[in-house]
Design a protein around this ligand. Structure first.
Ligand code: ZN
Ligand code: ZN
Ligand code: ZN
Length: 468
């Protein structure tokens, strides 16, 4: 033991002294400083039609004996590095759909677009944070101090701070409609899809056109992200844009204004109703709908005006794309058995949502939604971020471009091959050889991650200052 040096630092120094360290460090940098990198062994051979080998790579030739790849987890709670990458990609994906670039023409800025937030309805009063003019207000002040049928107060005078764990918890868990809340989450994705099918109907109605006539001149496109509220229900934030019939490359007709789009969104959201079987077969079906609060704001280039700036929208969406349900006090991985639920480190509200998922998951009526599998997500099993085909580039193509760049930087791909110049055949075989960081490696992975984070920050600041 060396005086004054922590065991972690010592382990990090020991790791750095091993002969494979320089190469390992290149690889961990190529993963972005992933916290749970995957070790692969295997080889790849690229040859031409006439069997000339143009590239050969074997992990057996690596000083490490393996190749590292990033875990790719989207969630910040699981891998800070991979989630930062995901967030960055989502940011660029959203921004290019608003400002052009990455295959989207620059005059996309002239297309009407809004940023809309779709909320869940209320399933019972919860503790909430209220604010006005920078001042925190009492949660639910009531002069008459009413009590619920269980004798619990239906009022609360506490001014809850943003990090108060009470926020989102029901005033009475026995009054709260857990069936309704879980069923809503479980069908929120379907509610969204129904909305996207209803929007063209609303647009056609406002324009006085048939559906076919509308399709011939106008096409809405979307990018949406799910956000968990403290009360454990999902919200959707969506960029909705109007294009001409061929997508981003064609202008929408002049009558298709931002105001018309906002009106159509309100009409379509209000019209969506999904009848879902009640857990009690004797009761009538429940009608699932959006909550009464629907925000629709025009998106502007840069800040100011009575809307939101394109950059804020992009960062907002990107931020939520890397969050899971854990923001609402649940866990970030599946729960295997009902017995485990009692021991989870979750809020009481989340625990009851999870129990309800297990309970409803057994009923034949909800066979279409795997509620047990989605229990840790409090019933929502949909995607965290989705976009329609014409919105902008795809995450996969951004990922491809980056992987190729990093592979070249780390020297792992020796020949760049141009897919247009001829046919190459690549044969590869890879085997999983373990995952996670080993002794002394976390320190260096964190340094790699921080370096990339700094570079990313500088790049984003530069982008911000390039504003017209
Ligand atoms: Zn990772
Ligand atoms: Zn309260
Ligand atoms: Zn009660």
């Amino acid at each position: 033991m060396i005086d004054g040096i922590s065991p972690e630092t010592l382990a990090a120094l020991e790791r750095a002294a091993l002969p494979d360290f320089p190469r390992w460090q290149q690889m961990i940098t190529a993963t972005g400083g992933c916290a749970h990198p995957i070790r692969l062994v295997g080889r790849r051979l690229t040859f031409t039609n006439s069997l000339d080998v143009i590239d050969s790579y074997r992990t057996a030739d690596e000083p490490t004996g393996y190749l590292l790849t990033a875990c790719g987890n989207r969630r910040a709670s699981r891998c800070p590095a991979c989630s930062a990458t995901y967030r960055d990609d989502t940011y660029h994906l959203i921004l290019s759909g608003l400002r052009g670039g990455k295959g989207v023409p620059d005059d996309i800025t002239a297309h009407p677009r809004v940023f809309a937030t779709f909320t869940a309805p209320s399933f019972g009063p919860v503790h909430r944070r209220r604010e006005a003019g920078g001042k925190t207000l009492p949660c639910r002040p009531r002069r008459d101090h009413p009590l619920c049928p269980h004798g619990r107060p239906l009022w609360c005078r506490v001014p809850h701070s943003a990090d108060d764990s009470q926020v989102g918890q029901p005033l009475c868990g026995d009054c709260y409609d857990y069936f309704g809340a879980v069923l809503w989450n479980a069908h929120a994705g379907l509610l969204w899809r129904t909305f996207t099918r209803t929007l063209p109907v609303a647009l056609a109605g406002l324009a006085g056109l048939s559906r076919a006539a509308l399709r011939a001149c106008l096409r809405p496109s979307f990018a949406k992200v799910a956000e968990y509220q403290a009360r454990g229900l999902v919200h959707f934030h969506a960029v909705i844009r109007l294009d001409g019939p061929d997508g981003p490359t064609s202008p929408p007709p002049a009558w298709a204004t931002t105001g018309l789009l906002a009106d159509a969104i309100r009409i379509a959201a209000g019209a969506v109703q999904l009848p879902i079987d009640d857990p009690n077969p004797d009761d009538p079906p429940r009608l699932l709908r959006w909550g009464g609060q629907l925000d629709v704001a025009p998106v502007h280039l840069g800040a100011g005006l009575d809307g939101v700036s394109d950059q804020r929208v992009a960062s907002y969406v990107a931020k939520y794309a890397t969050k899971g349900a854990e923001a609402s006090g649940t866990v970030d991985r599946p729960i295997r058995t009902l017995r485990d639920v009692a021991y989870l480190d979750v809020t009481e509200h989340a625990r009851r949502m999870i129990y309800t998922c297990f309970l409803l998951g057994d009923l034949a009526a909800y066979r279409a939604v795997p509620l047990r599998r989605w229990a840790h997500m409090l019933g929502y099993g949909g995607h965290f971020s989705t976009k329609s085909r014409h919105y902008s580039t795809t995450l996969a193509s951004l990922r491809h471009a980056r992987a190729a760049y990093r592979a070249e930087q780390s020297g792992h791909r020796r020949t760049t091959h141009d897919p247009d110049s001829g046919t190459y055949i690549t044969v590869q075989e890879w085997r999983f050889a373990g995952s996670g960081l080993r002794r002394g490696e976390a320190h260096w992975a964190e340094i790699a991650r921080e370096r990339i984070a700094t570079a990313r920050h500088i790049q984003r600041e530069r982008l911000k200052n390039n504003r017209p």
